[in-house]
Design a protein around this ligand. Structure first.
Ligand code: PNS
Length: 162
């Protein structure tokens, strides 16, 4: 059984992430979206909130994917789940250097697991979680960029923050 891990902060999950998840699902038997439970990058939303948004987005778009969280090294987690591959989405060249560096480090840590990069749909090349949050915080329309349930969570979050 081919198992892939799609890791990320997902703060919050966007249509770009969902596009990558849908593409991976065509290639593997099982996809696990792994939400990083880290404070290092100071996410806006708690791990539980991020997991909730991932789950509701997947349900809204009918994507059959397990959702989990992990802390510590990604490759330790991927090995513990019996994954053969780790998937990352690539938007523009600006993603490349960081992703390449991380992939090579990850390969040293777990050479048996392949890191696979999928080009995101061109509609989402400019999209990022931080841009969506900035737009939402300033009252911009984000409905094209996130699932309806995530739009609702962001609206409520930034209304409360006002
Ligand atoms: O969505 P992001 O923020 O680009 O995701 C980055 C993430 C969480 C996948 C990456 O930071 C990660 O794998 N963190 C876990 C720690 C780790 O294994 N780091 C890489 C080897 S040093």
């Amino acid at each position: 059984m081919k198992i892939a891990i799609y890791p990320g902060t997902f703060d919050p999950i966007t249509m770009g992430h969902l596009d990558v998840a849908a593409r991976v699902l065509k290639l593997v038997d099982k996809l696990i979206i792994a939400v990083a439970d880290v404070d290092l990058t100071k996410p806006t939303f708690s791990c539980e909130e991020r997991i909730g948004m991932v789950k509701s987005s997947l349900a809204e778009y009918g994507l059959d994917t397990e959702v989990d969280s992990f802390s510590g090294l990604l490759m330790d987690y991927a090995s513990s789940r019996g994954a053969q591959m780790v998937v990352r989405g690539l938007r523009a060249m600006s993603d490349f250097e960081y992703e390449f560096q991380m992939a090579l480090m990850n390969r040293r840590l777990a050479p048996q697991i392949e890191e696979v990069f999928l080009a995101s749909d061109q509609r989402f090349i400019f999209l990022s979680s931080s841009l969506v949050k900035e737009l939402a915080s300033l009252g911009g329309d984000i409905h094209e960029f996130v699932a309806p349930s995530v739009e609702k969570v962001l609206r409520e979050h930034f209304r409360r923050a006002e």
